[in-house]
Design a protein around this ligand. Sequence first.
Ligand code: HXC
Length: 268
Amino acid sequence: MTTATLETKPMTAEQLILVETDGSVGIIKLNRPKVLNALNPELMTQLAEQLEAFDKDDSIYVIVLAGSERAFAAGADIGDMAECSSLEMYKRDQFATWDRIKRTKKPIVAAVSGYALGGGCELMMLCDVIIASDTSQIGQPEINIGVMPGAGGTQRLTRAVGKATAMDVILTGRFLNAAEALAGGLVSRVVPREHFYSEALRIAHEMARKGPIALRFAKESVLKAHETALSEGLEYERKLFYALFSTEDQKEGMRAFMEKRKPDFKGK
Ligand code: HXC
């Protein structure tokens, strides 16, 4: 006689990100503290899914992406890929998840402290406004482990800080401190360590009081500057600028200014 086995409940997926909302700000915290928020494929998938969910949620205007005080993220999970062949890495197509993250329409404020290295730096650069603590150490140290940046580091870092600094960081693996990152235009603002998260949240709320369509279009247009020739980018900017004049928020924003009152944006 066969004994029926008790059906085991599937284990709930590990919470590699923590999600909350604060008014119209959606907050995602990376949550692999033991490995300094190393980015494994599962974490990246959860992150992409949550960003897409916030993008679809009309009550959310701005997103905060935060690491811990010790590490925003110390890179892609080295253990996860150490034994992979080139073909295995190719078949995994992990950058498809990165492409999903890149397509987030709402502005993302990064709250960065401690290490933002390798894929961590690349993830930070996918964010829009970067608030860094004065303890931040930012770099692309892949060269130390026999590889090179793979999620946009050679392109986005170079566009942010210029060729000389990018070569220095990528070829020697050295970390930029917060002051260097700010001077190079890699981060938006540097704040004392104890305030990096509260400041990011405060700035996200400040942005969330603006017209949400204008926020999205403005983000889209700034990103164009990274990816196109100037003439094409200017044309794109002009189209989005005209398009905003078909929104109620534009009328409300300009009328409120004329009437010397605060605008009441509706995202319409
Ligand atoms: C897996 C990692 C990790 C990583 C740290 N850990 N970074 N695990 N992948 N990227 C783990 C350590 O193994 C250790 O686990 C724990 O986190 C704490 O780290 P320590 O090294 O003990 O801390 P510390 O001495 O303070 O050094 C911090 C550090 C160092 C300088 C950040 O951990 C480090 O150099 N990490 C690797 C950084 C890196 O090379 N990043 C690029 C990865 S490649 P245990 O179990 O020992 O406690 C990449 C390619 C991206 O990002 C391509 C796109 C996907």
